[in-house]
Ligand binder design. Structure first.
Ligand code: MLT
Length: 405
């Protein structure tokens, strides 16, 4: 008798490339096992701790038995009120209805991953930025959609070229994803851009899904990221995904919110009710404390990232690599030296120096020729990482004209 020793995975899993950040973790562990001193610039996981006032709020809330039971699916009314107040204070969007237009999520990744299941049928078309956060495309494919990458190029300031999308594509599309401030490039959409996108989505009846997880990480106080809801009429077509992860150093806490069009929010809620049981109430209470009292912390966080960004950009300039100077998010997007692909450069840097970078191709085919540096290590380690990178660049003998694109 032949005993079966393995199971055949579902087609949707068999067709998947390894998840980008899990692959990076494995490569890093292998290099570490070989005795290399690792500096990980691979994932955008803030290295400084969650502020004490948020931890204190969790401590208090975790001790209360009423918080130990199942939370409500949509999130505590007080949490949703705090989100509405934060949107009013931060973006001037002051009329969100906490009951219909706000949902608590288990961080933004979970909500982004579940969203297409509410709206997409097999064969529907979903437009995603490329390079882009991998979950937009993966989740759409899981839901059976066809995915069309929208290239983000230097020429278009790393925003989708709206004029290059055919009318026929608009007519077929069900969802278009936008991410501003952008991961991995650091670009940011202007009010004019949001306005054009909203009006196209309204005209063609396309859902505008906006990932705004990096809205509080920006480099110029006179150039703050906007909410899509800064545009009149956006609430007819848009949903925005927010997260406390990067804003308050809370990646491990898994809390965020989906905000916007009541029908879109409700659709996501239906999927979530059937798939998860909400966010621990004590975490929601800590998140409320963050939203209500986190402004001074965020100012300091931005100051820290600004210093790190400037360190990296100065080093890239010095040793001759071209890069986009980010306006937001916590990454620097740079060209690989001549003679390398994204993968070959990142592998060589890891194997020879222990510095973990993210290959541009991990964010889609349009990322070929690029790599991403995450600013989530202290400045001294960033400086060390950059000098190791310079060694690989020098070994390659390819010192081009470096600088901002
Ligand atoms: C990244 O490095 O792109 C992000 O940290 C990944 C994530 O937020 O899931």
């Amino acid at each position: 008798m032949n005993e079966r020793t393995s199971f055949v995975p579902a087609d949707r899993v068999a067709a998947l490339p390894p998840y980008l950040f899990a692959g990076i973790d494995r490569a890093r562990a292998e290099a570490e096992a070989r005795g290399l001193d690792i500096i990980s610039l691979g994932i955008g996981d803030p290295d400084t701790p969650t502020p004490d006032f948020i931890i204190e709020a969790l401590r208090g809330a975790a001790g209360r038995p009423d918080n130990h039971r199942y939370p409500s699916y949509e999130g505590m009314p007080a949490f949703r009120r705090a989100v509405a107040d934060w949107y009013a204070a931060r973006f001037g969007v002051d009329d969100l209805d906490p009951d219909r237009e706000i949902l608590c999520t288990i961080g933004s990744k979970e909500a982004i991953g579940h969203f297409p299941f509410a709206w997409v049928n097999p064969g529907d078309l979903v437009l995603v930025p490329s390079p882009g956060y991998p979950v937009y495309a993966i989740a759409a494919r899981f839901a059976g959609a066809e995915v069309l990458p929208l290239p983000l190029t230097e020429e278009n300031g790393f925003l989708p070229n709206l004029d290059a999308i055919d009318e026929a594509v608009w007519d077929r599309a069900k969802i278009i994803w936008l991410n501003s401030p952008n991961n991995p490039t650091g670009s940011m959409a202007s009010l004019d851009f949001y306005g054009r996108l909203v009006s196209l989505c309204r005209r063609h009846h396309v859902i505008l899904a906006h990932d705004s997880a990096y809205s509080e990480i920006y480099y110029d106080d006179a150039d703050k990221p906007l909410s899509v809801f800064s545009v009149p009429g956006a609430r007819d077509v848009a949903i925005e995904f927010q997260s406390l992860s990067k804003t308050y150093n809370m990646t491990g806490w898994r809390v965020g919110m989906a905000v916007g069009n009541a029908e879109l929010v409700r659709g996501l809620g239906v999927i979530k009710e059937n798939m998860d049981s909400g966010t621990f109430q004590a975490v929601q209470e800590a998140a409320m404390a963050a939203l209500r009292g986190g402004d001074a912390f965020c100012r300091e966080l931005r100051r820290m990232y600004r210093g790190r960004r400037d360190t990296v950009c100065a080093a890239l300039r010095r040793f001759g690599l071209r890069f986009y100077e980010p306006r937001g998010a916590l990454y620097v997007w740079a060209r690989v030296p001549d003679g390398f692909t994204s993968e070959s450069f990142v592998s060589r840097v890891l194997n020879e120096t222990g510095v973990v970078l993210t290959p541009g191709t991990g964010f889609g085919a349009a990322g070929e020729g690029w790599f991403r540096i995450s600013l989530t290590v202290p400045t001294a380690r960033l400086e060390e990482a950059m000098s190791r990178l310079a060694r690989v660049q020098a070994m390659n003998g390819a010192a081009g004209a470096g600088g901002v694109l």
